[in-house]
Unconditional design. Structure first.
Length: 212
């Protein structure tokens, strides 16, 4: 009986704010990254040489500009001075936002879809090369470190169903997810999802035809 009462008392313990915060962080992490497998759900022929089809792809620059401008407006609202008596006081601890054009150009250089792609399987790794640049290797089911202009990140690579996916989480909190799959018509579908302070959220889909 004593043990039974102890169990009931533990169940009545209140849920604290810290508990709710920890749960929210955990759920956010789970929503941002899905589990990746070492093998696809079925045979997926993503290897080959591919050429971008601009007519059937999203307008990368338009979507990026829209995302950057929307985030810039949001940041500037936070920087509006606060009226204190007869004076206006700027918010403390917030730096003026960076020029949207500079942010656009920097992110465009990092994220712009390649005009050509080469995907090659070699000894269990996927070699990805864009625009003839040196290939990078990704081993399904593995995690690797990455340092680039966005900072230090961890890349998880593997299969999400029939899509090969790269999930990059940066120390600053930015998240980038890129996936490669082939649709029923034989086109390569490359999706890019970005969540960051600079753009809040960006989703771009690019479609490729096999090179002749």
């Amino acid at each position: 009986m004593i043990k039974s009462h102890a169990l009931r008392r533990r169940r009545r313990l209140p849920i604290t704010a810290s508990t709710l915060l920890a749960a929210a962080v955990l759920l956010a992490g789970l929503a941002g990254c899905t589990h990746l497998s070492e093998a696809p759900s079925h045979a997926a022929s993503i290897s080959g040489e591919w050429v971008l089809d601009p007519a059937s792809s999203d307008d990368f620059d338009a979507l990026l500009r829209q995302a950057v401008d929307a985030q810039d407006k949001k940041m500037r609202k936070r920087l509006r001075p606060v009226s204190v008596g007869d004076h206006e006081v700027p918010p403390l601890g917030l730096l003026p936002p960076e020029d949207p054009a500079i942010i656009h150009d920097r992110l465009a250089e990092q994220l712009r879809p390649g005009d050509t792609l080469r995907l090659t399987w070699l000894e269990g790794t996927l070699q990805i090369s864009a625009n003839g640049e040196p290939a990078r290797s990704f081993y399904p089911g593995s995690t690797a470190s990455r340092i680039d202009v966005a900072g230090t990140g961890r890349i998880r690579s593997g299969w999400n169903g029939d899509r090969f996916e790269l999930q990059t989480k940066y120390e600053g909190g930015d998240l980038r997810v890129q996936s490669f799959s082939v649709d029923a018509s034989g086109r390569l579908i490359v999706t890019l999802q970005v969540k960051s302070e600079a753009v809040n959220k960006l989703d771009v889909t690019s479609r490729y035809q096999r090179a002749p």
